[in-house]
Write a protein that binds this ligand. Sequence first.
Ligand code: ADP
Ligand code: AMP
Length: 216
Amino acid sequence: MSRVYVLLGPPGAGKGTQAAIIAEKCGIPHISSGNIFRENLQNNTNLGKQARLYMDKGELVPDGVTIGMVEDRLSQPDCREGALLDGYPRTPTQAQALNEFLKKNGNKINAVPFINVPSNELIERLSGRWTCKAEGHVYHLKYKLPKQANICDLDGSVLYQREDDKRETVEQRIKVYVEQTAPLIAFYKKDGLLFEVDGSLPIEQVTDKLMKIVNC
Ligand code: ADP
Ligand code: AMP
């Protein structure tokens, strides 16, 4: 694995949107822990059943389940060229585990772009988000409409509203982010890896700023 990037930011900041664009431009896989959990929910696997208990409440899935799942994904052959992580790590324990996993494989994180967006905008973004069933591509009622109503432009699958994008769950997810994930800002700043980007800008402008941070 050569180029490893971690996209950090609150729920709704635009991590998934940007990760899809940048991974394509850079030719590295986009690894979203949330998408892996949702695939498992759809396929009704044991992992999915376990994860649902936490996801529907806006809580984090325990580290003991999440770390192994992401390490398995990072061990796949397509990650030899690197990876763009979205939504992982989300706790200091996950961040530590990631550093150790990469070190064991003779690697390290190259940069941590931090997409920052104020809380009031996050609520509007998440309540207007529509997600594709097949691969998790994201759209927005106002900011990113699909060409054909309710259909994903990229794979033709149907769009749905995520269960955890309901207002009460969104508020809980933002609280969990502040308490459990925001400490990673200082963690990565200390190592000189953190690069903050204003995520309130339009999608294309955020991409331009991120492309200056990632080296590809
Ligand atoms: P995250 O992965 O960080 O939770 P998403 O990428 O799913 O966030 O984006 C959340 C919602 O906001 C989606 O509906 C997406 O279309 C929309 N969105 C993403 N980036 C922007 C932006 N820069 N401006 C306006 N809306 C955006
Ligand atoms: P996301 O798709 O990134 O918004 O994640 C959706 C949900 O999946 C989160 O609210 C958590 O319940 C769970 N999840 C995703 N990634 C992680 C992670 N790194 N650690 C724990 N839970 C996670």
